[in-house]
Design a protein around this ligand. Structure first.
Ligand code: GLN
Length: 262
């Protein structure tokens, strides 16, 4: 699912509001407001008709009640990833101590790390990504929400850039299988690197799980977003890493997260 299909009328409103750089509510309250850039709007409508996701045209996507800047350099935040944030907050809140540290691996737009920084004002965060251009988007969002001093953005592969172990590690890594991705036009606009998880979708998750033990502090936890097909990783992780491994379903009852406690 790339971007969110809102229905034609609603999408039209959304694009007009984005073009005027105002909120949707503002537009609906003042429908008489003149459209200032008809050429841009026309171009957006044409690109939308060719399948470009709404978020890449408007450069906006809501996540956990806030709007983030989005473009082709990053994966479009999905509503299902809000579950990862909710669970991360539940894990972090009761365990407050001065140096509670969270790592967000494969941060993309930064929406997870930035939301956690805003919801958990006492924590410090590391956010990594293999893509330098994705990190530019993440930094911009962190700056917009004034949390840039609490998140250290680091370029590199998985856990490599982390300076040391953390209390909580979260990741929404690519987990779509290469074969499925090849036949899915709706996500053709998004960076392949952010979605392609190899033959069974689990390549990066498996690599990350094997690295985990040396990057989690004692009584640390990890929360990894998965698709239904990767739920087998829970048993695999239990066998290889020990600790307590749990699969957490989303609202539709599908496996959506793997939680691992040391
Ligand atoms: N949930 C996304 C999708 O179904 C996949 C995101 C990911 O690979 N991390 O399109």
């Amino acid at each position: 699912m790339a971007g969110i299909a809102l229905g034609v009328r609603r999408e039209g409103h959304f694009l007009v509001a984005a073009g005027l750089d105002i909120g949707l509510a503002d537009l609906l309250a003042h429908p008489e407001r003149p459209i200032t850039d008809e050429v841009k709007l026309q171009r957006w409508l044409e690109e939308r008709a060719h399948g470009a996701p709404l978020a890449y045209l408007s450069h906006r996507q809501d996540f956990f009640g806030r709007t983030f800047f989005i473009d082709e350099r990053v994966l479009i935040p999905r509503p299902e990833t809000e579950l990862l944030v909710e669970e991360a907050i539940l894990l972090a809140q009761p365990r407050w101590r001065g140096d509670f540290t969270i790592a967000d691996i494969g941060t993309g737009s930064g929406c997870i790390a930035i939301t956690l920084a805003l919801e958990l004002p006492h924590v410090r965060l590391w956010a990594t990504d293999l893509s330098a251009s994705a990190l530019e988007v993440a930094r911009r969002n962190a700056f917009d929400y004034a949390v840039e001093s609490r998140i250290t953005f680091l370029e590199g592969d998985l856990l490599d850039p982390l300076p040391g172990p953390v209390d909580l590690l979260v990741a929404n890594l690519p987990y779509v299988s290469s074969a499925w991705l090849a036949g899915e036009p709706s996500i053709a606009f998004e960076p392949r690197q952010a979605l392609d998880g190899g033959e069974d979708g689990a390549d990066l998750l498996r690599r990350l799980l094997l690295l985990l033990p040396s990057y989690l502090r004692s009584s640390g936890s990890a929360l990894l977003e998965i698709g239904e097909e990767q739920s087998f990783l829970a048993g695999w992780a239990q066998e290889h890493l020990g600790g307590t491994v749990t699969v957490i379903p989303d609202l539709a009852g599908k496996p959506r997260l793997i939680r691992l406690r040391t």
